[in-house]
Write a protein that binds this ligand. Structure first.
Ligand SMILES: [Zn+2]
Length: 137
């Protein structure tokens, strides 16, 4: 009986069993960090392509970044006084949250974790809406 060779994850380098419906195209294993890394890489590639090819997008991104840098400089100008508490880097907090959800639902299946994270985000949005209706900050 010849054993089928397992593909190697492009992110972590471990062997994995690909999903039967995506056998030929799956490049990363099902671990959350690998799926997130693959998503980031795909989005980065798409963004780079859009920046290079779409003049309108290039301009709007330039404006957006300029505005963000202006806000950032204004924030650091007064030594960051009067600003909110320091926050975790976005990347780390995303991994932390995914890890917590994974622990909470006792699963490493990215589909399950994504579904739970989506439901939490929906719940958070509903809370934000009801809070803004009441008029409190
Ligand atoms: Zn992996």
């Amino acid at each position: 009986m010849a054993r089928e060779r397992l593909p190697i994850c492009k992110h972590c380098g471990r062997k994995f069993s690909p999903d039967a419906r995506n056998r030929d195209r799956q490049q990363v294993c099902g671990r959350v960090e690998c799926v997130l890394a693959a998503d980031r890489a795909r989005k980065r590639k798409y963004y780079r392509k859009r920046i290079e090819n779409e003049k309108g997008f290039q301009e709007s991104e330039r404006r957006r970044c300029r505005k963000a840098m202006r806000r950032c400089r204004a924030r650091t100008k007064n030594g960051g006084m009067g600003q909110s508490a320091p926050h975790l880097p976005l990347l780390l907090s995303g991994h932390l949250f995914a890890g917590l959800v994974s622990q909470f639902v006792d699963s490493t299946d990215p589909h399950v974790i994504a579904r739970v994270m989506d439901s939490y985000a929906d719940r958070g949005r509903r809370l934000a809406v009801s809070r803004s209706i009441r008029g409190s900050p």
